[in-house]
Design a protein around this ligand. Sequence first.
Ligand code: FAD
Length: 414
Amino acid sequence: MGNQAEHTEDTPDQAAFRAEARAWLAARAPLKEDGDGWSTRTTHPDVAAEKAHMDRCRAWQRELYDSGWAAIDWPVDHGGQGGERWQRQIFQQEAAQFDVTSGFLAAGIALAGPAIGHFGTDEQKARHLKPMLRGDVVWCQLFSEPGAGSDLANLATRAERDGDEFLVNGQKVWNSSAHLCDWGILLARTDPDAPKHKGITFFLVDMTTPGVDPRPIRTINGSSHFNEVFLSDVRIPAENVVGEVNSGWAVARLVLANESTMIGGGMDRADSAANLIALARRWGTAQDPMVRQELAQAYTKEKLLDWMGRRLQEDVRRGRQPSFDGSTLKVYWSESRRDRGNLGVGILGGYGVAGDHADTGVWANEALNRFWGSIGGGTDEVHRNNMAERVLGLPSEPRVDKHVPWREQVGGNG
Ligand SMILES: Cc1cc2nc3c(=O)[nH]c(=O)nc-3n(C[C@H](O)[C@H](O)[C@H](O)COP(=O)(O)OP(=O)(O)OC[C@H]3O[C@@H](n4cnc5c(N)ncnc54)[C@H](O)[C@@H]3O)c2cc1C
């Protein structure tokens, strides 16, 4: 890519901070060539390769921590720098241009970190936050179940009190990188007689605890990003409850809100418009009017997403309410991602799915992966429901089960 983005809207303080961040990054890593590099590779042929990638991500996270760039806007006593959110965002904008990443560690930090920081005990904060930020401990999310995805509050994994511990039994699914993670944030039902949102507890679980069994699921692109995680008589100390017993939904809501913003804000990928344009040039279709039209759309949508992100960033800088609903960004991002995957394969034609050219692997993978953004972090349909209710003020969905004990509901199997 070569040229770095200019940010003429920066205040003098912001410009100085940006220059400092850029210089630090430039001293440690190359710019991404055509937006590509080790850091953009998200699929790996086997678990050994996934682990090697994770180790590289851990090393980068450690470097960030040691140099004072990790968790720039977290409080100092949580291991952060006590800085401003705009500083973190500027650092992320700059880092996205270099061939570096914390990979999945960043997701764990963005999801588990605030939950522990906001709802955790002093002991939990002291024990978990710094190792998380240093990259020593990687966190996964154990929320979804076969019968609880969009309707997450329907979850059926049970946790029963037994002295100073909880005994946990159940099954989770879709758990990204759980087979490579050290700890997990877990939702389990502690009171099946309460309405579904009111009988859930939020736990921290050491993934090496006997009875925790992550089983990687091999997906169509050959990698094993997801797991199903079976929990059989898993003993979790009561001190690992975050917040109050049966009040885990409040903690979960914080995690879910952070998740959709994190996913919608993700721009650091191999399927950028710049990469699509380079691909079209390599494959001699850059002059084709139909391809040009789609390239223009991909470029325009990428710019719009960038500006939407900046607008939210400006709201943060000025301490205002967000100008638009986070679900809007998430859905616009997931639709654009799907279109870019289609276009990449379209440019390659038959090679896109069956060739042996180096481009095939990258773009076949982008095409196969193009729907993940429409599902992970809440499906497009669910985010559209959010927009209908919160933005358009349309009547909310009927929630007939809201006050009914979970045990008595269809799907409640206690
Ligand atoms: C890439 C990726 C990573 C993920 N990582 C994790 C992870 O680390 N940990 C974790 O716990 N989970 C994870 N998930 C799971 C994810 O949160 C769920 O897949 C998601 O919430 C949808 O749940 P579901 O798959 O059970 O689909 P369902 O909820 O069964 O939905 C099926 C279909 O019905 C539609 N639908 C459901 N309810 C409504 C409604 N009220 N109105 C309109 N349409 C509706 C949905 O939009 C969808 O099309 C991940 C998923 C993906 C794709």
